[in-house]
Ligand binder design. Structure first.
Ligand SMILES: [Zn+2]
Length: 325
């Protein structure tokens, strides 16, 4: 084992999900690709006293380098502690494609992994998820699987349409695979172009309820849950960016889901939009600027400020642990 996650100060997701479900909030899983995004995420969560899952896709891990990721996660824990906050921090692989990738992530300090077998048959998905769960549990690493298919683009995976999770399948899936949490499809989608203006994006909270009845208390995960804040879309456009008109999942619907058995909500796009808006604004206002600290710094601050509002409005996780300064 190159890095045992416990030596990095990280925890798996078991306790944080239990506490979240008992107290009617959900844990944010925010994706990061670089140091500034990591800083924005951990500073926001530490200052709000919210548990946090730092999340990396395979693509993000390749981009940063697998040697970099565990040390950035360790640094995140240190930042929270230096601020005086005791929030638990997990490091999760987002959309693990296969067993070998999972093994490598556990070798390199991940405390949680997702195995995405959602594009395979029900039986194949169970078999893949079970193999991963049996392996990961030897190292006390928690495992997320997915049932149902989300529309949108995630790394290289493109799906045209949502295939809603079938409530009648979840009990068998969870029992046979032995996973610790389950991502479901109830109308969220990946990427920035979720819905067109004029659409009425609705989560199928009725399906969520049915699923909860089948597996009471079991931690549910929602992917693709960005709300695509219009203020950042406008800012990006104002400063020369090109974005198609798009809207995301309304915060109120995500808040409702947070109060249920949904224990983890993934947000990536919103952070990317805030970060990009910050960079574009600096370049627009100060075209002579070429010190990376001067445009990445404000981008980080914007992302951090946005995530703080999101923790209060959507996740409900503010104050679950000691707030840092
Ligand atoms: Zn996803």
């Amino acid at each position: 084992m190159k890095y045992n996650y416990k030596d990095l100060g990280l925890v798996n997701t078991k306790e944080m999900f239990k506490k979240a479900n008992e107290n009617g909030y959900s844990v944010p899983a925010f994706n990061f690709n670089n140091m500034e995004q990591m800083q924005a995420i951990i500073e926001a969560c530490a200052e709000m006293g919210s548990p946090v899952i730092l999340q990396c896709s395979t693509g993000a891990r390749n981009y940063m380098g697998k040697e970099v990721v565990p040390l950035l996660a360790k640094a995140a824990v240190e930042i929270a502690r230096a601020k005086g906050s005791d929030i638990p921090v997990a490091l999760n692989l987002d959309h693990g494609p296969d067993f070998d990738t999972i093994k490598d992530c556990i070798e390199y300090g991940f405390s949680s992994v997702m195995i995405d077998g959602s594009h395979y048959t029900f039986e194949e998905n169970i078999a893949m998820s079970k193999e991963v769960a049996e392996y990961a549990h030897q190292f006390d690493v928690s495992v997320e699987a997915e049932l149902g298919v989300l529309a949108g683009v995630e790394d290289d995976v493109v799906a045209e349409e949502t295939i809603y999770t079938k409530p009648e399948e979840v009990e068998e899936f969870v029992a046979k695979s032995g996973v610790d949490s389950l991502a479901i499809a109830i109308g969220t989608s990946h990427g920035a172009h979720k819905f067109k203006p004029g659409d009425d994006p609705k989560l199928r909270l009725d399906i969520l309820k049915e699923i909860e009845k089948k597996i009471p208390g079991f931690p549910i995960v929602l992917h693709g849950s960005s709300s695509v804040p219009q203020e950042y879309v406008e800012m990006i456009k104002k400063y020369g960016g090109e974005l198609k008109d798009a809207i995301g999942i309304p915060d109120e619907q995500l808040r409702l889901a947070s109060k249920s058995a949904v224990a983890k909500i993934n947000v990536d796009t919103d952070g990317r939009l805030a970060f990009t808006a910050g960079i574009r604004k600096t370049f627009g206002d100060k075209p002579a600027e070429f010190d990376p600290r001067k445009y990445l710094g404000p981008a980080k601050e914007l992302m951090k400020a946005y995530y703080k509002t999101k923790l209060a409005d959507v996740f409900g996780s503010e104050g679950a642990y000691t707030k840092g300064k």
